[in-house]
Structure formats: C-alpha cells, structure tokens
Design a protein around this ligand. Sequence first.
Ligand SMILES: *[C@@H]1O[C@H](CO)[C@@H](O)[C@H](O)[C@H]1NC(C)=O
Ligand SMILES: *[C@@H]1O[C@H](CO)[C@@H](O)[C@H](O)[C@H]1NC(C)=O
Length: 411
Amino acid sequence: MFPLLFLAYVVAVKVFKKTTPNGKVTVYLGKRDFIDHLDSVEPIDGVVVVDNDYLQGRKIYGQLSTVYRFGREEDEVMGVKFSKEIVLSKEQVVPQIEKRDEKPSLTPIQEKLIRKFGNNAFPFTFHFPASSPSSVTLQPGEDDNGKPLGVEYTIKTFVAEHSEDRGHKRSSITLAIKKLQHAPLARGRRLPSSLVSKGFTFSQGKLNLEVTLDKELYYHGEKISANITVNNNSRKAVKNIKVFAVQHCEVTMVNAQFSKYVASLETREGCPITPGASFTKTFFLVPLACSNKDRRGIALDGHLRDDDVNLASSTLVAEGKCPADAMGIVISYSVRVKLNCGTLGGELVTDVPFKLMHPAPGSMEREKANALKKSKSIERTRYENSCYADDDDDNIVFEDFARLRLNEPDE
Ligand SMILES: *[C@@H]1O[C@H](CO)[C@@H](O)[C@H](O)[C@H]1NC(C)=O
Ligand SMILES: *[C@@H]1O[C@H](CO)[C@@H](O)[C@H](O)[C@H]1NC(C)=O
C-alpha cells in the first residue's frame, strides 16, 4: 500500500492555483518559472475555471505585465525613484474567442485540467516578447518596506465588460511568475585568467599578480577555485591578500551600475614573498544567497518564496546583441583579488569574469539537482498533504499560489 502511494506522488503533476477573493474564478498554472532559451521562451500556459452561472454575459480578460521598479543604490532608503508597469499582452480568455486560422493546440497540463473541470475550464497562453529581461529582485534591507526593486512579471485575470475596464478586486487575481535563463548545455573549456603588475613610485621592481579560475561558468552553489600567483620583483611588502566574488548589477533603464561582494576571504598566508620568489595558492569561494540574507541590494533570481531563493543568474544575450541594449537589469560576476601593499604602496587589484547560472535542462547536473529537489518536495508533500486539495484520482497535486510578498494589500 505504502509504496503505491509513494509512486502516486512521484508521477503526480503539480499545478499552482489561485482563486479570486469572491471565490468564483480560479487560475491554474503548471509552473511559475519560465525558461528563456535565448532563441525562444517557454510560453505561459494556464487554465481559468469559472463557477457555473457566474459570468452572466460578463467576460474574463487575462494579461501578462511587467513591472520595473528601481531606486538609487546610494540612497539611504532605497526609495522608489522609478516605477513602470507595462502590459505586454492582453486577451479575452472567457468566453473563448475562436481564432480563424489557428486551432488552439493545448499543452499537456491544459488538457489535463480541461479533462478535469470540463466546460468550466478555459485555456490561455501568453508569450514573453522577444528580448524581455529576466526576473531580478534586489533584496530589500531589513528596514525596507514596500515592493522590492527589480523586474517582475505577473499574470492577471479580471472580470469586465470591455478589455479597457480595470475589473473589480473581488473578481481579479494576480499571479507572480518568473522569467529565467539557464546555462547552455556545454560549459566550455576556457579558463578565465588575468595577469597584472604594479610598479612603485619610490622603489624599483614590480609586483606581479596572476589569477586563474578553474571554470568560466559555475552552477549556483558550486565552489569557485581561484589560483593566485604573486611574483615578487619589488621591495614592497604585501600586507594581505583579499579575494572576493563580486556581483555586478547594471540597471539599463536608469543607467545605473553598482557592484556588491557576495563572498569574500582575507589571508596573510605566504607574506612576505622574497624577491624573485613567487607564491602560489588556490583559494575557494562559494557565493550563495543564504550567506547574504538581508543585505540590501543583492540581486536575486526573482523572489517568490523564501525556500527557493538564489543569487541572480548571469545575464546571457543572444549572439549579436549587446547586454546594455537589454531593458531591465543585466547581471555579471567576477572574482576580484586585491593585494594590499600598505598605505604608501597602495593596492594591486584585478578582476576575472565568470558566469553563475542554473544547469541546462537535460544536463547531468540538472538531473542531479532535480532529484535532490524532488526528494525534498516529496517529503514536503507528505508533510503538507493536508494543505492540498485531494485530487489524487487525476494525479494532479494542487498548490496554492504563493501570495506576492510584501506587496499585496489584503483584498
Ligand atoms: C591551480 O593550482 C593547482 C595546484 O597547483 C593545479 O593543480 C591546478 O591545475 C591549477 N588550476 C588552474 C585552473 O590553473
Ligand atoms: C619582496 O621582497 C622584498 C625584499 O626582500 C620584501 O621586502 C617584500 O616584502 C617582498 N614583497 C612581497 C610581496 O612579499
């Protein structure tokens, strides 16, 4: 008996749902994260289910919107200086409009839900416009309130007579979704590296620093290994060596750029290095969202629930495109090494760029990460089973859509 039950959970399809305050309309989505493959983005496919006899001639519209919300990094309070909501697409979902040349092709999840809810279920599909930016949330500080800054996407449905009407709160729902990028299948063999040197005003000789990373693309949670070689041809002493993982955030719409350390270490190992000699050592860093909790302005891959937060992924752009042309927030990373040569000597600094991303769907690493997530979520499912509507007959597990954090006043 038990193994059978277990199996049912494994093959169950998870569906996210949210119901209007008046309880008459429910929106179902198969997922909340949609992947941008650069040449195409996964469509947003869902189903609206309406109570019998509720509409009485009214219509339900659906829309995909994005909100850009930016403050200025240097502000004490990251107050909103810029906020813009753009409706990317809007269409009538109920009653279904027959499109003449297009037979609507249903996705598996839409078919499943329509089988279950019959005539009360209406499918909808939205598409992200080409080159729309990825979801990014700038982590609020402990004392910040209000909506977090960043790029956000929502699906909203509302009941109205005309598409230009705004609808009533009681019969509207907003679901926050994320648009994300994943790493390409192959990681590439290049080892990013940088070689810099520094001369000193009142003494001869140079200090050389070489930094080499073991990969150019790391998956979230992976250890970055940086080989550092210091070559001493100078008379200056290095007081200490600092190594940082730096997150660079470019907010293209307001033309702002800022950087934050997301992992760091400091050492005096090997110092001083005798003239002509060199010092080589491998240092390790693991940049993680959880070690940067509550630090204002750290960029995250969207933020829907506390348990699946990670640092923002590096922004990839399609070939021939310039990252700065992208609207929204462009994320990049580097390892920064600083040799501190004292007050008079100054610093020798270099940055070596790397990428931080989720493994590509279908890759070995992805399978591993999924297996881990799945075993966790099976446990969670068993534990939280009472929270779900009991629908095992169809192998659909329903989960209430996470409320938008911080920003949804109680309806
Ligand atoms: C870093 O140094 C270690 C030990 O010297 C070496 O085995 C490794 O290949 C080096 N890695 C890179 C990326 O240079
Ligand atoms: C380089 O050698 C000089 C001369 O011995 C020494 O004073 C200095 O501290 C060394 N520099 C480093 C970076 O260790």
